[in-house]
Design a protein around this ligand. Sequence first.
Ligand SMILES: Nc1ncnc2c1ncn2[C@@H]1O[C@H](COP(=O)(O)OP(=O)(O)OP(=O)(O)O)[C@@H](O)[C@H]1O
Ligand SMILES: [Mg+2]
Length: 302
Amino acid sequence: MPDSIHAGHAKRRLPEAGLPGVADARVLPDDSFEAAWSSVFLADELKDRLLQTVASNIRLRATVPFEALPLHGVVLLTGRPGVGKTTLARGLADKIARVVGGLGHWAFIEVDPHALASSSLGRSQRSVEALFGQLLEEQAGQGPLVVLLDEVETLLTDRAALSMEANPIDVHRAVDAALVGLDRLARRHPDVVVLATSNFADAIDPALASRADMVVQIPVPDRHGRRAILEHTIAAIVAAFPGAAPLLGGAVLDHAAQISEGIDGRRLRKAVAAACANDSCDPERVTADDLYASLQRTREQL
Ligand SMILES: Nc1ncnc2c1ncn2[C@@H]1O[C@H](COP(=O)(O)OP(=O)(O)OP(=O)(O)O)[C@@H](O)[C@H]1O
Ligand SMILES: [Mg+2]
């Protein structure tokens, strides 16, 4: 283990692995998260704006009273499945820790919302209160923190859309507890950033969107983005199977990007893998036609 990680752990006590409600806990910066940031191809302008907004808001929150400027440090990323929201959020967490200095050692906690949900009355409310009131509060007390609330609609379900069958009183209380927890964290800790993601913008309680300092809809990649994703995926395959190198030709990538309109980043990467499952089942022998045919099949499944 590198010394820097040792040093980070010595400075920050992370929650134990496997604690209910915690999907991941680590010290930032983190090299694998840095790779995540550079592997997501979106307009540079969008990535820059995200980072600049978070960094600037941390500075504002540390100096301007909450009553005058109610910034919660919450960024909400929405968009279709597979457009890179979770990957981008992890990458952003790493970037924040690298760019915003002088606050101490950053930590990262990914919340597992499914572990907090429970059908037994009162339990999810208590789990949510324990998460925000104890675990996150304790972590925030140690220093700057990025919290990832992935698939946030599970935790902050739209209360107005609840049917009466699904134990709505319990869900109401859990959502209330999460909102109270977010408010308390925001007021007490200007160096806590909450990154939330969702495929279901309509299923999220509007009180979360109202607390978000920034709501960003992550788009399906355009032709430029699709070309970059295909190139990145194919280059990784070529590194292991040099015979696949012809797929990296400019004309092949241009055409592949052109015929793959509407395909999200996850399916694009999978389509490259599927192209390798050609007649010879040998990635060394994959052809441009295999790639085009695979992308065509993916498009037909959209
Ligand atoms: N714009 C993109 N650029 C590069 N890779 C992408 C992009 N969008 C998605 N991917 C890739 O697709 C895979 C899935 O991404 P990710 O899990 O971040 O998507 P998501 O939006 O969180 O999906 P879901 O809503 O289903 O959770 C990852 O391997 C990611 O690198
Ligand atoms: Mg995701």
